[in-house]
Design a protein around this ligand. Structure first.
Ligand SMILES: C[S@@+](CC[C@H](N)C(=O)[O-])C[C@H]1O[C@@H](n2cnc3c(N)ncnc32)[C@H](O)[C@@H]1O
Length: 362
């Protein structure tokens, strides 16, 4: 400080600081929307490093940790340790009392590994697959998934079980919390048999079977992914009612005998035309009166809200051939292939469950 006074600790740096930023002569427009977008990537980086290194586990184990405590555990240098802890505190992931840091409620619930609903495996994938400006530039020019150097992501997973596992664990993490909302919202008849197409780790099927002892689920995915799902199903003790089936969702026909089909984060991986094709297969596979359930992070009519879902458009550019959907687009596709009774409900956070019915013959 120019006058030598110490800086107050709380949010505002200056006493009596006005809530509206001072705009100096010649610069009447607030720069913060642009500057805040520029700086936002540092927040993700700090979070990913804290997850990968187990920093959150360290702080939780110690209850409250000082810079010296963290250094003693992780062997890091003083200046970077302090900077990381302060950045995480500014981001609302740690609380700070003088020089001691503790987890916020949100970090405790969702950033520690191994807890139900933890996002740690999703965040961890950022270390290898952070969406850089360079990736985005490549996607703009190629309009194709570039995450594995231009190779088809699903073929890459089939060829590399470690990659398939990391991705499937990430999906398990992102789906964990909304899966509970899905299980509570799914409208299924007594004793329903659900086909979970591209079911990944089986997160949604597992949550559904745990909530509904009358329901049976089949997780239908690539063989390399079914192996991971089998482990999750065993861990949940649900082998008797959740099974896996290795196969290709682009095969002309899907397994029949199901009265519900779930597509969770599947349609957003593909073009609208492919999405319509997948819904047609769902329609053909279902028994009359059966239902299709689509679980996605939807965007509003202008596609730019909520911000978190609008930003997922960019992930889709880099990872897939798809985009985030609007409710109206899903409803139109469903009606085009013959479904009726289309409805949408929140399953929590940024997620929506769209349900529709295959009409009974008249
Ligand atoms: C974005 S993940 C969604 C996983 C899961 N449904 C969820 O919401 O957590 C897409 C899934 O589709 C699967 N998939 C991709 N191509 C497939 C294919 N041709 N046949 C079957 N599954 C496929 C992937 O292996 C992956 O598990």
């Amino acid at each position: 400080m120019p006058n030598g006074r110490s800086t107050p600790k709380l949010g505002r740096i200056l006493e009596n600081e006005p809530s509206v930023s001072f705009q100096p002569p010649g610069f009447p427009v607030d720069d913060r929307p642009v500057y805040d977008s520029y700086i936002a990537g540092r927040r993700s980086a700090a979070l990913a490093v804290a997850v990968r290194t187990g920093l959150f586990e360290t702080v939780e184990e110690l209850g409250e940790a000082s810079v010296a405590d963290v250094r003693a555990r992780h062997g890091w240098k003083e200046r970077p340790t302090r900077s990381l802890l302060i950045a995480l505190s500014a981001a609302g992931l740690l609380t700070r009392t003088r020089d001691r840091f503790a987890l916020t409620e949100s970090a405790r619930a969702y950033a520690l590994r191994g807890r139900p609903g933890s996002l740690a495996a999703l965040i961890d994938l950022e270390i290898e697959h952070f969406l850089t400006p360079h990736h985005l530039l490549t996607a703009l020019e190629s309009d194709d998934a570039s995450v594995y150097g231009g190779d088809d992501p699903w073929e890459s997973h089939e060829a590399d079980p470690a990659q398939a596992r990391a991705f499937t664990e990430a999906m398990h993490a992102v789906s964990g919390r909304p899966a509970a909302g899905f299980a509570a919202r799914a409208r299924l008849a007594e004793g329903a048999r659900l086909l979970d197409v591209g079911g990944g780790s089986g997160a949604l099927s597992i949550a559904l079977a745990a909530a509904r002892s009358d329901v049976r689920c089949t997780v239908f995915d690539l063989a390399v992914v079914c192996g991971v799902a089998d482990e999750k199903i065993r861990e949940a003790g649900l082998e008797d009612r959740v099974t896996t089936l290795a196969g290709d969702m682009f095969a002309p026909r899907w397994p029949t005998g199901h009265d519900a089909v779930l597509l969770s984060q599947i349609l957003h991986d593909w073009s609208f035309d492919t999405g319509r094709e997948l819904l047609r297969r769902a329609f053909d596979a279902l028994t009359p009166g059966g239902s299709v359930l689509i679980h996605e992070k939807l965007v509003d009519d202008e596609r730019d809200a909520p911000l978190a879902n609008a930003l997922v458009h960019l992930d889709m550019l880099v990872w897939t051939k798809g985009q985030q959907y609007r409710f109206g687009e899903l409803r139109d596709l469903l009606v085009q292939v013959g479904f009726d009774d289309v409805s949408a409900e929140s399953t929590g956070g940024y997620w929506t469950l769209v349900q529709a019915r295959k009409p009974e013959p008249r």
